[in-house]
Design a protein around this ligand. Sequence first.
Ligand SMILES: Nc1nc2c(ncn2[C@@H]2O[C@H](COP(=O)(O)OP(=O)(O)OP(=O)(O)O)[C@@H](O)[C@H]2O)c(=O)[nH]1
Ligand SMILES: [Mg+2]
Ligand SMILES: [Zn+2]
Length: 335
Amino acid sequence: MQEDNMIYKPETAEGDIYDISNKNVSKPIVSESDNPGKHAKDDLLTGKIIKGIGGFYYVYADGIIYECKAKGIFRKLKIKPLVGDDVELRIVDVNDNEGNIESILERHSELIRPAVANVDQALVVFALASPSPNFNLLDRFLIMMKKQNMNTVICFNKSDLVSDEQCLEYRNIYEAAGYEVIFSSTKKEDGLSELERILSGRTTTLAGPSGVGKSSIMNMLNPDANMDTGEISRKIERGKHTTRHSELIPLFLDTYLMDTPGFSNIELYDIEADELKYYYKEFEEYEPYCRFGGCNHFGEKECGVIDAVNEGSISATRYENYKMFFSELKDRRRY
Ligand SMILES: Nc1nc2c(ncn2[C@@H]2O[C@H](COP(=O)(O)OP(=O)(O)OP(=O)(O)O)[C@@H](O)[C@H]2O)c(=O)[nH]1
Ligand SMILES: [Mg+2]
Ligand SMILES: [Zn+2]
């Protein structure tokens, strides 16, 4: 299991290959017990890229953040280290915490948007109010994550601003769609233990529109994270894109959370219109009542799904957005 755990194994100029076969890469990287500062120049450490800015990669290893450059070999191989990558770094300067990334360990997942490696799940945050939830955007996000085989947990934040009945309605809709749903309020510190349970031991990307409270949640989970938060604009009821870089924050042992800039639209890509229905778990139960096999639930006669929408058993909002996405995907194919 420990062999072959490196996908990018650059050779040195002399042609020797770095042997990492004795390194235990599954060992936790965030380890309070490893006393920081014990390393020396030229030591080889395993760490995780938590941020990449201006050609530098910031690698968290043994409790210290090293500012690293990636060897030219990666550029030559057209491999871009990603936030989330587990890497080996060679210490260049112990006092200034500088290093060189020498290899990238095997990725077990890779997301395109946001570009991040080794994420276990997504936590998508929408505010219950201020700004009010854009379900079209949420459903687009859920579809794209499912397309990439990424599990998503939904967090509705700012629960202090709406009634319990409102929360229950949204919970029912999205649980029927097959998602775990969490409600939180950073003002009241609600949902904290549930969030900790979901996140513990995993690397999670935090996603959602601007102004919904992603950075505030991050700060609630780890006050040391100190993420910038911003008021939402009163006029346009939107966030101000306070967060501009993706950054992975070590929360606790083996647990990382990535704050990402808010998104404002998501294009469905690489999906055929006929395939869209498979992203709607709540349809499954009613599909046996469709007259036609392979029914797209889009105006066909005797459609079990449409009947269920009319009876209120399937959320009308979810279905309306489904129809919109379906048309969008169908139209796109013509060009
Ligand atoms: N009432 C209420 N306000 C909240 C809550 N969480 C965050 N806010 C406020 O919402 C505003 C936006 O919060 P941020 O944490 O900056 O939002 P963000 O999602 O990180 O936004 P971007 O970085 O722009 O993508 C701030 O004024 C927060 O104080 C909450 O649970 N309840
Ligand atoms: Mg933010
Ligand atoms: Zn149907």
